[in-house]
Design a protein around this ligand. Structure first.
Ligand code: E4P
Length: 218
């Protein structure tokens, strides 16, 4: 499963990159606006940390021509830039053009299985359903993702699901059982994935017992 950090936080990205488990970084217009910095500076800083890992940012234009103009600006920022397009008819048009030009695409804010089907048919590399936002309106985000994954599997589309808006480690694990190709979530949740109180306790016990033995591994 590919793991993306959904953040502008350069320090957190550095830490996760060094950790060796990061496949890329996703942003959205809210994330970039919340950074309080110029979007190009933030994206360039992230690009310089993650090298050839994927860097993803979203266009905000509503028509295909405008989306293409913005995509042309964005894809110059990083070696492996992935353009996020909203799942609208104009977004799907832009998706097909960008794919024909060899640029990777995420069909984002993809909230229903029928939207996922259309995005996969238009060749999107990833479709991004928002699990937490679906749960927040009383839908079942994981069930929606599961239907999307079934569509992709039934028709053997190359598209991967990039499950987004994930609010817990349990959600991540549920998504792995569905065979979802990628997730994006906050650095906090990614960090929580390796934490377990019993792991820490056991390491402390081993250290104490080894110290009592007076031996050194050398
Ligand atoms: C996806 O790429 C989005 O940036 C994101 O995951 C949205 O998450 P949120 O619902 O926590 O804002």
């Amino acid at each position: 499963m590919e793991i993306f950090a959904d953040t502008y936080d350069v320090e957190a990205i550095k830490e996760l990159y060094d950790f060796g488990i990061l496949d890329g970084v996703t942003t959205n217009p809210t994330i970039l606006a919340n950074s309080g910095r110029n979007y190009k500076e933030v994206l360039s800083d992230i690009a310089s940390i993650i090298g050839d890992k994927m860097l993803c940012a979203q266009v905000v234009a509503k028509d295909c021509a405008g989306m293409m103009r913005e995509a042309n600006v964005l894809r110059k920022i990083a070696k492996n830039f992935v353009v996020k397009l909203p799942i609208t008819p104009e977004g799907l048009k832009a998706c097909q053009i960008l794919k024909s030009e060899g640029t990777k695409v995420i069909a984002t804010v993809c909230l229903s299985p029928s939207q996922a089907l259309l995005a996969a048919k238009c060749g999107a590399d990833y479709i991004a359903p928002y699990v937490g936002r679906l749960n927040n309106i009383g839908a079942n985000g994981l069930d929606v993702v599961s239907s999307m994954q079934a569509i992709i599997d039934n028709y053997e589309y190359d598209t991967k699901i990039l499950a987004a808006s994930i609010k817990s480690v349990n959600d991540v694990i549920e998504l792995t059982t569905m065979g979802v190709g990628a997730i994006t979530t906050t650095p906090d949740i990614i960090t929580s994935m390796y934490m377990h109180p019993l792991t820490n306790k056991s390491i402390v016990m081993f250290d104490e017992d080894w110290a009592k033995s007076g031996q050194v591994i050398e």
